[in-house]
Design a protein around this ligand. Structure first.
Ligand code: SAH
Length: 316
């Protein structure tokens, strides 16, 4: 997986609100480099003073750095972050020079360094996602634990668009459902559907790397008797008869999914959970759904992202 480091040069008072914004935007980790830290004395438990390297710190002000996975959502996520930070001015928060800079890190450079930024996350009422390398033990019996090795594919579970899908699966998926996961990435939604009681899940992705990653994660989570993974473009040649489709794709691709026959693979009354839609494109997507056999019955939102729940017309 490639990671983009976003660095915001700001002030001490803006650290907390900016950190919140970055986590809500799906950052895997946030690092704070505060020039004031160099002037403090840091006695450790054993009495020695930590020596901090001035090279790691800005000359003045604070650097807030976050690591975002490079994927098709990155452009919109960055716009959303900039907008939210600028909105802090409305609350009279001093942003200092508010400079944003980026650098990309590829997997080899990072080796395993990025892994430390992945932590187990709890989503909705029933799911906890933990990276495979963390020895996670749940004390809560009512949570399903999903182990994920994200590798090069998208879908660690932390992105707001993924969280919306898992919440929608919890709320809208009938027990024993047959589910089609379009754009499965790591397989996170297909595995969640299986853990939440689906009888059969078909997970497809156009990208062979994602297919391999999903296949691995399906086995890690021992749901291979429920989840089948294959390479496919949207719903091309998919046999009909699903109770539900879940697709965490961008707005443009959700529109294509509707145009290219999502309704045809669902049973009458079946549901489509369409996520990855930025607020500004919601009405465009709603129109496409209405024009292709669906009625939008609910919408869930998180920050600037929307997931639409659409029902296939009966008799459609
Ligand atoms: N379902 C995961 C990943 C979402 S990212 C999650 O919710 O976290 C979107 C995924 O859709 C990517 O893996 C991308 O390869 C896939 N995708 C994009 N266009 C597609 C298409 N036309 N057909 C199938 N999959 C597609």
């Amino acid at each position: 997986m490639k990671w983009s480091e976003i660095c915001i040069h700001t002030t001490e008072e803006a650290i907390d609100p900016i950190t919140n914004i970055l986590y809500e935007a799906g950052a895997g980790g946030v690092v704070i480099e505060d020039s004031m830290d160099l002037q403090k004395e840091w006695p450790s438990e054993h009495g020695e003073i930590y020596s901090l390297d001035p090279k790691d710190y800005p000359a003045e002000g604070v650097n807030v750095k976050a690591y975002l996975p490079v994927n098709s959502f990155l452009g919109e996520t960055v716009e959303e972050i900039k907008q939210s930070i600028n909105n802090l001015l409305l609350y009279d928060i001093d942003l200092g020079d508010n400079q944003l800079s980026f650098s990309e890190h590829n997997e080899e450079e990072w080796s395993t360094a990025w892994k430390k930024y992945y932590k187990p996350v709890t989503i909705g009422k029933q799911i906890t996602i933990t990276p495979t390398w963390v020895d996670y033990r749940s004390d809560k019996k009512d949570r399903h634990v999903i182990e994920l090795d994200p590798g090069m594919a998208f879908g660690t579970g932390t992105h707001p668009t993924t969280v919306l899908c898992i919440e929608a699966l919890e709320r809208f998926m009938p027990h024993g459902a047959s589910v089609l996961d379009v754009g499965t990435g790591t397989g996170v939604l297909a595995i969640s559907a299986a853990k939440l009681g689906a009888d059969r899940v078909l997970a497809v992705d156009i990208d062979q790397v994602a297919v391999q990653s999903a296949q691995l994660n399906v086995k890690l989570n021992k749901v291979q008797n429920i989840v089948q993974v294959r390479q496919n473009n949207l719903v091309d040649n998919i046999e009909p008869g699903f109770d539900m489709i879940v697709g965490n794709l961008l707005a443009e691709i959700v529109v294509r999914l509707a145009e290219e026959g999502a309704a045809a693979v669902l049973k009458p009354g079946g549901l489509l959970i369409a996520s990855g839609i930025i607020q500004t494109k919601k009405s465009e997507v709603k129109e496409a759904l209405a024009g292709h056999g669906f009625q939008v019955i609910d919408e869930l939102t998180r920050k600037d992202w929307v997931a639409l729940i659409a029902k296939k017309h009966r008799g459609g």
